[in-house]
Write a protein that binds this ligand. Structure first.
Ligand code: SIN
Ligand code: CO
Length: 390
């Protein structure tokens, strides 16, 4: 567990949610007083060299920007003394327990909104330029100093010909210097431009995605279309000799429109599609399979219980429970134990002991898939599985 905890100071969490969240920026000086970086610069650079880790390198020379995508061997990164470059490592919480623990301090926001923890390292002058994000973000200064210029975006025109989206006409309203432990909250769409002041600047971005309605609709429509798979086959109305061969038959257009009009999505469908979608692990996530049976799980949990793997994503609704894009069986859908696991990310030894046979069976299956971990480390099976839908 990260040793320092989020301190709201004179502010309170309730006041933040009521007055600030999604409305306006807030700077919390020493929100994490005494914060020590969870990874050293060398450890972060090493992570950026990993195939399973998403990373970007952004370098600036005057008005020229260069973007490269990882993985990066150390020699592919510029020397740390060179000015104006930054390395951005995405999804650090998927790889480092301490980073995942840090995110657990932000669970006053629903898990369904959580995206990831991105860590940036920047040399003096480094940054990603003026931009806006479709995220609520907490920018925690972990090491060094960063100057943030922030303000509402009145003109979203982008600079042409740049490898990253840079605002062409950004007029900041506030100019702030963040020291280690300070944290700046920005609502989605707020303009910001952070520049490292001095070397060894590390910023942690705790991002909460605000999914566009069209994206959620796409998932629902896709699922609905799948459920209609097959259906009646199009038949031509009586054809006339000499009709224009390239004309798209209006009857075929009507046929497709009728299929759409027949769709009657109910609330349960929206819940099941969103539950599966929002618990889909990130594309680069792999789980290590292990041998596990209900009996072996019960034994392994006797002293320490069990916990979700940090890469697992779990949500529930009043109807059912989702883990890593799968909904549980109808028999387990009402389980309060599984909801405790989703909220707490762990179960005590006693809770596992009290599990019903069906609950124990599903817990053992999740353990075998590597989604759930017991205190005792079971030997990994040779195969790794990537959990994906479809
Ligand atoms: C950074 O850490 O340099 C970028 C974070 C952001 O602007 O969202
Ligand atoms: Co940003």
């Amino acid at each position: 567990m990260s040793t320092v905890t989020l301190d709201w100071g004179t502010f309170t969490e309730a006041r933040f949610l009521r007055e600030v969240w999604q409305r306006k920026p807030l700077l919390l000086r020493q929100a994490f007083a005494g914060f020590a970086p969870l990874l050293s610069r060398a450890q972060l650079f090493a992570l950026a060299g990993d195939d399973d880790v998403e990373s970007r390198l952004l370098q600036r020379e005057g008005r020229r920007w260069q973007l490269d995508h990882g993985p990066f061997a150390r020699r592919q990164l510029p020397p740390v003394e060179q000015r104006n470059w930054t390395l951005l490592v995405q999804g650090v919480n998927l790889h480092v327990d301490a980073a995942s623990d840090l995110l657990s301090q932000f669970r006053f926001v629903p898990d369904a909104r959580l995206d990831d923890l991105m860590i940036s390292w920047a040399s003096d002058g480094g940054g990603v330029g003026p931009h806006q994000d479709a995220y609520d973000v907490f920018l925690l200064q972990a090491a060094g100093r960063r100057r943030w210029r922030i303000g509402p975006v009145r003109d979203a025109t982008l600079q042409p010909g740049k490898p990253v989206k840079l605002l062409a006409h950004f007029t900041p309203e506030d100019d702030l210097i963040l020291e280690p432990g300070d944290m700046l909250y920005l609502p989605p769409g707020w303009g910001h431009d952070g520049i490292a002041v001095g070397n060894d600047c590390m910023t942690y971005s705790i991002g909460f995605r605000a999914p566009p309605q069209g994206e959620l609709l796409k998932e629902v429509l896709w699922q609905l279309a799948e459920s209609q798979h097959g259906g009646p086959i199009y038949t031509d109305p009586p054809l006339r000799e000499g009709a224009a061969p390239a004309l798209l038959p209006p009857a075929m257009v009507k046929f497709a429109a009728q299929a759409f009009a027949k769709l009657k999505p109910d609330a349960a469908l929206f819940e099941s599609v969103l539950g599966a979608y929002l618990t889909t692990p990130k594309p680069q996530v792999w789980f290590d399979r292990v041998e596990a049976t209900p009996a072996s799980l019960r034994r392994a949990c006797q002293r320490t219980g069990c916990r979700l793997d940090r890469r697992s994503k779990m949500l529930y609704t009043a109807q059912t429970v989702f883990l890593n894009s799968e909904a549980v069986s109808a028999e387990l859908a009402p389980s309060s134990l599984l909801r405790v696991l989703a909220d707490q990310h762990k179960l005590t030894a006693q809770q596992v002991k009290d599990a019903t046979p069906a609950e124990l069976t599903v817990l053992a299956q999740w353990c075998a898939q590597g989604w759930l971990l017991t205190g005792e480390v079971a030997p990994p099976v040779a195969t790794k599985t990537r959990t994906r839908r479809g």
